[in-house]
Design a protein around this ligand. Structure first.
Ligand code: CLF
Ligand code: SF4
Length: 414
């Protein structure tokens, strides 16, 4: 820990689930008050949450600052271990500075002891660093994917700054200059700063150690190297995945320079709870109660396969499922039929080689299914399922509501 930090900051860092290895028992609550963004990353599809801090495939509701504080009061009354309020999208926290500021002020008025944390692409950081410190933010994450403009130019499609749109190396150079200036400011202000780096095969994977070394010089506390999750509809949608082995090798290499985060869950912009156990659905304010719209439902019957960790929610990545829950819709009625076990399509790095026989196995398991509902799915298995006439829908929802939404084809947003 930095000697210049006060006891209060040290304690807040120890109880922060992302910054401390011992913080796993504490909960954080993201307030999704920041929908706009000022840049276009080539791995981002704006239909989804900001990938610099979270994962694609599921979108978060957006709250006004007033709604955010009301939701905070409810969550706080039910979660004794709630320590951190984070602003991580769905766009960029500082591209929505008025909403970010107002939300923090309202929550601080109600609970002056909570830790405020935010994540940003860094473009506006030099302008707001002092103000966010004064607001009471103690922990800041900046996503920095490159320190070389030619590499950055492959990652940032456009950057919108002071009424001008930048592209190519000019965009890359501007981002890096602003990010470095922002990091210096945070360091001078003794803020606890983490740098997230999205590791992208063939683009910046050979360059990550240089980023870590550079940000270390600027007084950063830790880095979090995250694998690219290719977002459907983004320029990088067909990019190869970084394997867990490649990721962990890179993290270990970089740990000789700086503390590394190994437990990031690439969570939603409205995630609530301890890391890895998102309970945001229990607190959703934008309640949507879908009803079966019989007149518009195409088929009379559907067999639906669900990927679920909890048995209650559609909350599992297709590739991590060891079994599917099979439901049947017919005559305006949904019924649970059975569990069907599979050998996992991809349970990690080394055993991802024989994907063809695994997808064969899954296709056999999913025989007669019309749809698969899962939290996320890679492009390869999606294409395989679709070419076998199985529709794939990514969503995060309670199972029955999810089935209704899926067969209604999303009458209300997930
Ligand atoms: Fe949220 Fe990010 Fe703050 Fe944590 S998340 S704003 S630092 S409170 Fe944590 Fe989630 Fe990984 Fe982010 S696990 S995506 S690193
Ligand atoms: Fe998307 Fe986040 Fe990049 Fe903005 S900063 S373009 S929301 S990934």
């Amino acid at each position: 820990m930095n000697e210049k930090w006060t006891m209060e900051i040290k304690e807040k860092t120890e109880k922060h689930p992302c910054y401390s290895d011992g913080g796993h028992k504490y909960a954080r609550m993201h307030i999704p008050v920041a929908p706009k963004c000022n840049i276009q990353c080539n791995y981002c599809n704006r239909k989804y949450d900001c990938l610099n801090e979270s994962r694609p495939g599921v979108t978060s509701e957006v709250l006004t600052p007033e709604e955010a504080v009301e939701k905070y009061k409810t969550v706080k009354s039910k979660l004794n271990n709630l320590m951190v309020v984070g602003i991580a999208g769905p766009g960029d926290a500082l591209a929505n500075f008025q909403e970010t500021k107002k939300s923090i002020n309202l929550i601080k008025e109600y609970d002056p002891n909570v830790t405020f944390c935010l994540s940003t692409n860094g473009l506006m950081l030099p302008d707001y660093a002092t103000e966010i410190k004064e607001l009471g933010v103690t922990h800041v994450t900046v996503t920095i994917n490159a320190i070389d403009p030619s590499i950055a130019s492959k990652i940032y499609g456009t950057v919108s700054y002071k009424d001008k749109i930048y592209t190519g190396e000019k965009a890359g150079k501007l981002m890096i200059e602003r990010q470095m200036e922002g990091l210096k400011a945070l360091s001078t202000l003794n803020m606890v700063t983490k740098v997230n780096i999205v590791m992208i095969k063939g683009i910046n994977d050979h360059h990550i150690e240089s980023v870590v070394e550079k940000v270390k010089e600027l007084g950063i506390f830790m880095t979090n190297i995250m694998p690219l999750i290719p977002a459907k509809g983004s320029k990088f949608e067909d990019f190869d995945l970084i394997t867990n082995k490649e990721l962990n090798t890179m993290r270990q290499k970089c740990s000789s320079h700086l503390k590394q985060m190994y437990h990031c869950r690439q969570c939603r912009a409205d995630a609530i709870g301890i890391l890895g156990e998102d309970i945001s659905l229990d607190f959703r304010t934008n309640k949507c109660y879908p009803k079966l719209d019989e007149a518009n439902i195409k088929a009379k019957e559907y067999t639906v396969a669900i990927a679920s960790k909890t048995g209650r929610l559609i909350d599992q990545h297709f590739g991590h499922a060891e079994e599917f829950l099979i439901y049947k819709y017919s005559n305006n009625h949904i019924e649970f039929i059975e569990k069907r076990s599979i050998s996992q399509y991809c349970s990690g790095v080394e055993d991802c080689d024989d994907k063809e026989s695994k997808i064969e196995n899954i296709l056999n398991t999913l025989e007669y299914c019309d749809m698969v509902l899962c939290l996320r799915i890679g492009n390869g298995p999606r294409k395989n399922l679709e070419s076998n006439h199985i529709e794939v829908i990514e969503l995060y929802e309670e199972i029955e509501k999810g089935i209704i939404k899926a067969i209604n084809k999303f009458k209300c947003a997930s």
